[in-house]
Ligand binder design. Structure first.
Ligand SMILES: Cc1cc2nc3c(=O)[nH]c(=O)nc-3n(C[C@H](O)[C@H](O)[C@H](O)COP(=O)(O)OP(=O)(O)OC[C@H]3O[C@@H](n4cnc5c(N)ncnc54)[C@H](O)[C@@H]3O)c2cc1C
Length: 478
């Protein structure tokens, strides 16, 4: 039987980024994936009608565009397939109005009228210093920052709540724009760090855009698998791992799984204290995902929305905050805050003829089995009257069913764990190096480790560097 240097369980972007990092160091690497195709959160399938290709999970890729891992020349081909909507994200408001994050700070500020100067003061320096901020926040936040002042500026504005940050602005549009971006934290907008999510994602819109992948997010998985196989690594699909002892022999095992699955896989081999600490790890709220096959483009009333790749639906800051507070309290909001992606604005390959695909999700309490597709569609009708007339087919997946196709989405949590302060600073447990699992040769490389959710691969990179350091004489991982 073949013996590998490293076996990776799970082929999400983090599992594959770990595998590529190890293979680049000359290791013999094998990836075992339970699903029929590799990619985890980067999959594209005909979910509704023939020829309509939908992103099953991730669709918009500001984090990939920011990620130091994907900046490597090996991914030039993938980066060439990142297509940029003219408007990274827009936020419709009642009365046919909308506010948008355009590619430049200047044009965004100009559209904000009297809030423009405050917007320029807040976002301008962050956009200029974005590399330094990314270097710190797409990492385990352990080493001294390369440019402390840049990080301090981000920290002062971003450590607090979105509601606090929004007090810098008087008008509904600027406040709504930030609320839409802050909603990606999947936390109440009164919670600490929600401002940081909004600032990072808005600065990304100005610096690298919010691209989609031409042909679909499965292109990310394809690029990773191509690079891994070029380096001699192998990927096996269709094999769910139940116990670590089922795996081929290897020096290291890296698991791209949720903490609940880590408990199951490693069983009694985990020390009791670590098991208890993992048991305290809390998932975030869930999502209900909805996909449509449409006969044409969404008839948004507001012009800016027609050119946007991503849209945040939910109305004013007050409304978005109320919806997210409901979710945090375990209630389904009547008017949910929804994240919508319309890849067809820049990618004609997703649907036949004049057709379009539309992708959306809204937050719901973890584990909710309620199909809220009608509530999501009502938000679309609110800002794009006549939307329903275009619907050829609709498919939805409740939070309770999200784990059916990927066990990492526990109760529909797509972020690998709640973004509380504790779990942002130390996930999944408090440890200097959280990628190490206290079982010889075992490491965690999923988004339940730092820096958390999203398609950036950096959880995998730091886990792989830890393996190289601990077992193969490599330099300190961070
Ligand atoms: C609906 C939805 C929308 C999203 N939108 C975006 C977005 O627009 N932009 C963005 O950046 N991020 C988005 N995300 C989040 C992003 O997809 C995840 O954060 C990211 O994929 C996490 O990567 P990962 O490698 O840690 O885990 P995953 O991508 O979840 O991959 C884990 C892999 O491990 C496999 N696996 C798990 N257990 C086992 C086992 N026991 N045996 C074998 N295989 C196993 C799974 O099948 C899966 O393939 C979205 C996610 C969802 C679900």
């Amino acid at each position: 039987m073949t013996r590998y240097d490293a076996v990776v369980v799970g082929s999400g972007p983090n599992g594959l980024a770990a595998a590529v990092t190890l293979a680049r160091a000359g290791l013999a690497v094998h990836v075992v994936e339970g699903a029929p195709t590799p990619g985890g959160g980067c999959r594209t399938e005909e979910l509704t009608l023939p020829g309509f290709r939908h992103d099953v999970c991730s669709a918009a890729h500001p984090l990939l565009a920011l990620s130091p891992f994907f900046a490597d020349p090996a991914f030039d081909g993938l980066r060439a397939r990142l297509v940029q909507p003219e408007v990274p994200f827009a936020h419709p408001l009642d009365g046919g109005r909308a506010v948008a994050a355009y590619r430049s700070v200047a044009s965004t500020a100009e559209a904000l009228g009297s809030d423009g100067a405050a917007y320029r003061r807040l976002l301008g320096p962050l956009v200029d210093d974005l590399e330094a901020v990314v270097d710190a926040v797409l990492a385990p936040i352990r080493r001294p920052p390369a440019r402390p002042w840049a990080l301090a500026r981000f920290g002062v504005a971003g450590a607090g709540s979105l509601e606090h940050l929004a007090r810098r602005f008087d008008g509904t549009p600027a406040r709504a724009l930030l609320a839409g971006a802050g909603g990606h934290a999947v936390r109440p907008l009164s919670a600490p760090l929600t401002a940081g999510f909004a600032l990072l994602l808005t600065a990304a819109a100005h610096r690298v855009g919010w691209p989609v992948v031409a042909g679909g997010s499965s292109g990310v998985a394809d690029a990773l698998v191509d690079e891994l196989t070029r380096l001699g690594g192998t990927v096996e699909t269709g094999r769910w791992v139940e116990r670590l002892s089922d795996l081929p022999a290897s020096t290291a095992v890296l698991v791209d799984v949720a903490p609940t699955a880590l408990l199951r896989l490693a069983g009694d081999r985990l020390p009791a204290g670590y098991r208890r600490a993992l048991g305290r790890f809390v998932p975030g709220p869930g999502v209900c995902k909805v996909d449509w096959a449409l006969s044409g483009p969404v008839p948004w009333t507001a012009e800016a929305c027609r050119a946007a790749g991503t849209l945040h639906l939910g109305g004013t800051l007050r409304e978005v905050a109320a919806a997210e507070a409901d979710v945090a309290a375990g209630r389904l909001p009547d008017r949910p805050y929804c994240i919508v992606v319309q890849p067809g604005v820049v990618d004609a390959t997703r649907a036949p003829g004049d057709g379009r695909t539309l992708w959306a999700y809204c937050h719901v309490p973890n584990g909710s089995d309620r199909d809220v597709a009608d509530a999501v569609q009502a938000q679309l009708e609110r800002f794009a009257p006549g939307f329903g007339d275009l619907v050829l087919e609709r498919r939805s997946v409740t939070a309770a069913r999200m784990a059916d196709h990927n066990p990492n989405y526990v109760g529909g949590d797509i972020g690998g764990g709640g973004n509380t302060v504790r779990q942002t600073l130390s996930r999944p447990v408090a440890a200097w190096n959280p990628y190490r699992v206290p079982v010889p040769g075992l490491f965690l490389c999923s988004s339940s480790a730092p820096p958390g959710g999203g398609v950036h691969g950096m959880c995998g990179v730091y886990a792989a560097r830890t393996v190289l350091h601990d077992l193969f004489g490599g330099p300190p991982p961070f």
